[in-house]
Design a protein around this ligand. Structure first.
Ligand code: PMP
Length: 323
């Protein structure tokens, strides 16, 4: 779908994937006005497909657009673009336990000029691609590297927006994690460099021996994950105490070593819920629980996955069926 200031949104179509030709002065190539979303369509046991909370992605897309001085895409247009593509592609949704059709809506500035100002033209597209398990072998525990050198987002910055630039800045930290033998990077806040924020592409939860859960609050520097929000709701449904509050890396180490912290997991659309087995930083390493998924992590994961795949009741009306 195209946008121009004079015509608004127009020219919606579904085509086979093809190359996009761009002028070298297209403004996204210089000033990075680009945002995206990620969601999945699941195979239904009785045929057809199901989307999980697509309205939440539509809302977050427009929150990102506002932050990046881009025009809003009417929610109904976002939703219809997703539904139409799922209807076209639904025979390609794998019906394996971890399979899904991954949908990647994105929008970028396409006006041709070199001055620094918001573009007057945009292109919105959705890519559909069938996917299997994010981590091979299901959900093994992952090891994290705490980066001290790099931060992902500062107050007043774009941390709460899903813009490409946030990911560009996290690549060097992810490379640092890989070099240090870890699977994923975990970021600390930019001001005090001690509060745990999130991973490169996942939010984080901590589980304590009294059965409570803690996750960092949405203060504008982390992405408001839809999986995070869903798990907070499911945990409260299960009668668990959940707190959205800052948690420091020093406290994490102390609690892991004393046994007060029993589990930790990362969550997001791609990998759903992934246990964290160990944490490494320049100061040393510590491990968490038994290095495999703890009981509460497993329970929350199963609860969410069963709702997404139509194998459990959907008390919050999160699942939208597509025939
Ligand atoms: N944080 C970041 C930085 C992410 O890229 C993602 C993936 N979108 C998440 C958290 C998790 O968000 P969601 O649960 O909506 O996929």
């Amino acid at each position: 779908i195209r946008y121009s200031e004079d015509k608004g949104w127009h020219d919606a179509k579904i085509t086979a994937r093809q190359a996009v030709s761009m002028d070298p002065a297209s403004s996204v190539l210089h000033y990075a006005q680009e945002i995206f979303e990620g969601l999945k369509a699941y195979h239904r046991p009785n045929g057809g497909a199901a989307l999980f909370r697509p309205e939440a992605n539509a809302r977050r897309f427009n929150d990102s657009a506002r932050r990046m001085a881009m025009p809003a895409l009417p929610e109904e247009l976002f939703l219809e673009s997703i539904r139409a593509l799922v209807r076209t592609e639904k025979d390609w949704i794998p019906d394996s336990e971890d399979g899904a059709l991954y949908l990647r809506p994105f929008m970028f500035a396409s006006e041709v000029f070199l001055g620094v100002k918001p573009s007057a033209e945009y292109l919105y597209m959705v890519i559909a691609s069938s996917v299997g398990a994010y981590f091979k072998g299901g959900a093994p525990s992952v090891s994290l590297w705490v980066t001290r050198e790099y931060t992902r987002a500062a107050p007043g910055g774009t941390g709460a927006a899903k813009c490409g630039g946030n990911y560009a800045t996290s690549l060097i930290a992810q490379a640092e994690a890989t070099r240090n033998g870890c699977d994923q990077v975990v970021f600390l806040d930019a001001v005090e460099r001690r509060w745990v924020e999130e991973l490169g592409g996942m939010n984080i939860f901590f589980v304590f021996d009294d059965g409570t859960l803690v996750t960092p609050p949405l203060t504008g520097t982390i992405l408001p994950g839809i999986t995070r929000d869903s798990l907070l709701t499911l945990a409260r449904d299960q009668g668990l105490t959940v707190r959205e509050e800052p948690y420091s890396i020093e406290q994490w180490r102390a609690d892991a070593e004393s046994g007060r912290l029993t589990e930790a997991f990362a969550c997001g659309t791609a990998a759903v819920v992934t246990p964290i087995g160990s944490v490494k930083s320049a100061e040393g390493s510590f491990s968490i629980g038994g290095q495999s998924a703890g009981p509460l992590t497993q329970r929350l994961r199963a609860n969410l996955v069963d709702i997404q795949r139509g194998q459990a009741p959907d008390p919050h009306g999160w699942v939208e069926k597509i025939q």
